[in-house]
Design a binder for this molecule. Structure first.
Ligand SMILES: NC(=O)c1ccc[n+]([C@@H]2O[C@H](COP(=O)([O-])OP(=O)(O)OC[C@H]3O[C@@H](n4cnc5c(N)ncnc54)[C@H](O)[C@@H]3O)[C@@H](O)[C@H]2O)c1
Length: 344
């Protein structure tokens, strides 16, 4: 049987690269589009080594409609997973135009192509940031939406664009996944969270500090109204998240009619930043050098998911623990030390 071809925009990035592995395991044929603004091209080689498969990849921006349409002429995509976006909350506060430009133009360009290829299913990377600053937890998909940063604004705007696009073209099948906080790495240690420059997320900071690449970890804020004063998050293993994309594709494939569905993708379990540090220290036997710093713009005190809808409709559930996730991240970090000793 012919394997279904899936375009993976941003497929060399953190979540995209892990999803490629799962797509291949599940019998799909992923084709990567990435302009490598936040990924190392070596990731593609690592993916090929890990999966022992050729992975076609294209290096251009998904904002480039002309090139994108050529790609659709070349392949017969049954679906697109649209990861490509800029994602640093803090940077978006300082440079909002960069975020409007990439995150909004990228989706416009993709939708213009899907308008011409309306049988292409679309899975979109949304974020729990669209809940703004929720006042109760866990959050369900029907909670009020909002934003705390230009990045969050672009994700909410993207969701609204998808809703209105689907209203106009009702046969399209679209699924937005609202990720909570992805952490961890593939068990091989070959791929993981490896941003260009300083990381924005907690776990690469933890592992890079433990490895001696960074002197000290800063925990932003100790006076939130949470049990230990640090932020509460819903940390999800990136391989569980990768599997959610395959469940979303299968969900869309099974539907006879168009849809625009939204799902929370988290564990439903809150963990504080300080708890996560403790788990890391217990699991690895490392002592982290960390200090408290001031609160960071755009951070909400607490958020975690109600995951009933994704269990019921996507038949997907996170299986891996936070302990497994931090250990896998540390395994990846140790591997990076071996393969990239010069990167600081
Ligand atoms: N990591 C998180 O904490 C998190 C949480 C919620 C949602 N998301 C969303 O998930 C998606 C993937 O996130 P990630 O953590 O893997 O980020 P990432 O930066 O590691 O991956 C994004 C990839 O997209 C590429 N890219 C960006 N703009 C592009 C463009 N115009 N054309 C082609 N490639 C482009 C980058 O080079 C990178 O490889 C993003 O849309 C992000 O907003 C991430």
């Amino acid at each position: 049987m012919q394997r279904k071809q899936i375009l993976v925009t941003g497929g060399a990035g953190y979540i995209g690269s892990h999803t490629i592995v799962t797509l291949l395991e599940e019998g799909y044929e992923p084709i990567v589009l990435d302009d490598f603004r936040n990924a190392n091209p070596a990731v593609i080689k690592k993916l090929q080594k890990l999966t022992k498969k050729e992975i076609p990849f294209f290096n251009f921006s998904c904002c480039d409609f002309d090139k994108l349409i050529q790609l659709f002429k070349k392949y017969s995509f049954s679906g697109v997973i649209h990861f490509a976006a800029d994602k640093a909350v803090g940077e978006s506060v300082v440079n909002p135009l960069k975020y409007f430009d990439n995150n909004i133009t990228g989706l416009i360009s993709l939708l213009k192509v899907i308008e011409k290829y309306p049988n292409t299913n679309l899975v979109f990377s949304s974020s729990c940031t669209v809940y703004g600053n929720p006042t109760s937890y866990p959050v369900t998909e029907s909670f009020p939406v909002g934003f705390n940063s230009p990045y969050g604004f672009t994700k909410l705007c993207n969701e609204q664009m998808l809703m209105q696009f689907h209203t106009a073209l009702q046969s399209t099948k679209i699924c937005s996944l609202r990720y909570f906080n992805p952490i961890g790495a593939h068990e091989s240690g070959l791929i993981g969270e490896e941003p260009i420059g300083a990381p924005n997320n907690l776990v690469p900071f933890i592992t890079q500090t433990a490895a001696g690449w960074r002197e000290q970890l800063t925990v932003f804020g100790n006076d939130y109204n949470t049990p230990d004063g640090s932020c509460l998050r819903d940390y999800i293993h990136v391989m569980d998240l990768a599997e959610a994309h395959v469940s979303a594709l299968k969900y869309l494939e099974k539907r006879k009619e168009g849809c625009n569905a939204i799902f929370n993708i988290g564990t439903g379990i809150p963990t504080s930043v300080l708890e996560l540090i403790k788990v890391f220290e217990q699991e690895t036997g490392k002592t982290l050098n960390w200090k408290f710093g001031p609160r960071r713009a755009g951070d909400v005190p607490a958020i975690y998911a109600n995951v009933e809808k994704s269990l019921k409709e996507l038949h997907w559930k996170a299986k891996r623990s936070v302990n497994e996730a931090v250990l896998s991240a540390w395994n990846f970090q140790k591997h990076s030390l071996i393969t990239n000793p010069s990167i600081k």
